[in-house]
Design a protein around this ligand. Structure first.
Ligand SMILES: [Zn+2]
Ligand SMILES: [Zn+2]
Length: 264
């Protein structure tokens, strides 16, 4: 990286139902938001991003589902990395987290790790106590909202003042309707505690587009029920239609990753 070493940067290392890992760095502090791959796969993808596990300060979990939490226990046990999650998430993943260095955090109560001030907010999803995260660092704000069945206006003020939005854009409703998914799975996905559609994500981005120019990273795209260009264009059209500030919109394909996104 040619940017100043203390300039915060983000890399989506993995995205989708096969596993989700987001790397955030500022100065010497390195955070993983979710650890939904095997420990070995996370180690490999960190190496590809020029980082190593020894330097990981903490793992933050949004919820206990395997595609977000799979590697947390093994990494914590092996490298003594603290895992921050709320009590309900820790209880729901108790077996997988046995022997891990667990730190209980409260939804809505800010906490600090290095230069990051982190606040979890509730989201609607079929897990014990699923959350999104807002991370403030060096005058920048990053908001992470993935796995959520719906998104209402309560998050708008936060999204409008966010420099890097990492938002689920799971499925295109037309593709989901014609896909071979069984009906119960389709119902789960579109339900209020399932996943966010391209249209829902785009609407939230459009509602909050009058704020600062943002980088938007669309994540957790379905391999079957979505296409990265479709997710991206749906968001771009909605933002432009709302007269939004020019920014960047990246759609991360399933099993894909982003280049480093430098803030500031
Ligand atoms: Zn997920
Ligand atoms: Zn989930």
């Amino acid at each position: 990286m040619s940017a100043h070493p203390s300039t915060p940067r983000a890399v989506v290392l993995a995205s989708g139902s096969a596993g989700n890992v987001l790397l955030l760095e500022a100065g010497t502090t390195r955070l993983l938001v979710d650890a939904g791959l095997s420990a070995e796969a996370i180690e490999r993808s960190l190496a590809d991003a020029g980082a190593d596990l020894g330097g990981v300060s903490a793992i933050l979990l949004t919820h206990e589902h395997d595609d977000h939490a799979r590697g947390a226990g093994p990494l914590s046990r092996r490298f003594d990395i603290p895992v921050h999650a709320n009590a309900a998430t820790i209880a729901a993943g108790a077996d997988a987290f046995a022997g891990a260095a667990l730190r209980t955090v409260e939804t809505g109560r800010p906490f600090e790790i290095g230069p990051f001030v982190i606040t979890a907010f509730p989201v609607s999803h079929d897990a014990a106590e699923p959350v999104g995260l807002t991370l403030e660092v060096a005058r920048h704000r990053i908001t992470v909202a993935t796995d959520l069945g719906s998104i209402d206006e309560s998050l708008d003020p936060t999204l409008a003042e966010t420099d890097l939005v990492i938002l689920e854009s799971n499925y295109d409703l037309r593709l989901l309707n014609v896909s071979g998914y069984p009906w119960f799975l389709k119902n789960r996905i579109v339900g209020p505690r399932g996943h966010l559609s391209n249209d829902d994500a785009a609407r939230a981005l459009a509602r909050t587009a009058a704020g600062r120019a943002r980088t938007v990273c669309l994540v957790h795209l379905s391999e079957v029920n979505n296409l990265a260009p479709l997710a991206r264009d749906t968001a771009l059209d909605a933002i432009a239609g709302a007269g939004g500030a020019a920014g960047r919109v990246l759609a991360v394909p399933p099993n894909g990753r982003t280049p480093p996104i430098v803030l500031g």
